[in-house]
Design a protein. Structure first.
Length: 177
């Protein structure tokens, strides 16, 4: 084998330098991407730790709330239809607040592991003030009623409004023996 000429040595050094530079650029790019992902993961873990410490600090509060729910949430009635019972209660309270029920329909009950939900869809008309007072009276914590869907439109006679809403009651799930 013959010895390399000076131009071949220079080209070999240039090629080696180019390969070294390319390898460093690829390695540096990989390092920066991985470093960024790891920093994001560390930040996420720090946030989870902070959230967990807040939950631990509030443990007694949430345990007392869970106990209150277990003690106060209505059970699904053994007799009668819970949807009909809810409808009768809503009709009575609407009359007490001088509201007119324009439409009403029972929704299919929904059974979930943590709750048994019965719901009714209503269209109610009356004064804005009476509707607000009625809704406020319905949504007391002990009533276990919720209004998941709600629209309010002005009636043809303006201080009156028409309210289209879904009212749901959450019963405790049936106890398994």
């Amino acid at each position: 084998m013959r010895p390399l000429t000076s131009s071949e040595k220079n080209l070999s050094l240039l090629l080696g330098g180019a390969l070294f530079l390319a390898a460093n650029l690829l390695g540096g790019s990989f390092y920066l991407r991985k470093s960024k992902l790891l920093r994001m993961e560390i930040d996420a873990l720090k946030n989870r730790r902070i959230e967990a410490s807040v939950w631990i600090e509030e443990k007694e509060l949430w345990e007392s709330r869970a106990k209150w729910i277990a003690d106060n949430q209505p059970r699904r009635p053994e007799s009668g239809d819970p949807s009909s019972n809810l409808l009768e209660e809503i009709q009575r309270t609407a009359r007490e607040h001088q509201l007119q029920i324009l439409e009403q329909s029972l929704q299919d009950p929904v059974k979930k592991p943590s709750v048994f939900e019965v719901a009714i869809r209503l269209k109610v008309g009356g004064s804005f003030e009476n509707i607000v007072l009625w809704l406020a009276s319905l949504q007391k914590p002990a009533a276990f009623l919720a209004v998941p869907s709600f629209t309010l439109k002005s009636d043809k006679e303006p201080p009156n409004v028409i309210c289209d809403l879904l009212i749901a009651r959450w019963h405790a799930p049936a106890k398994t023996p």
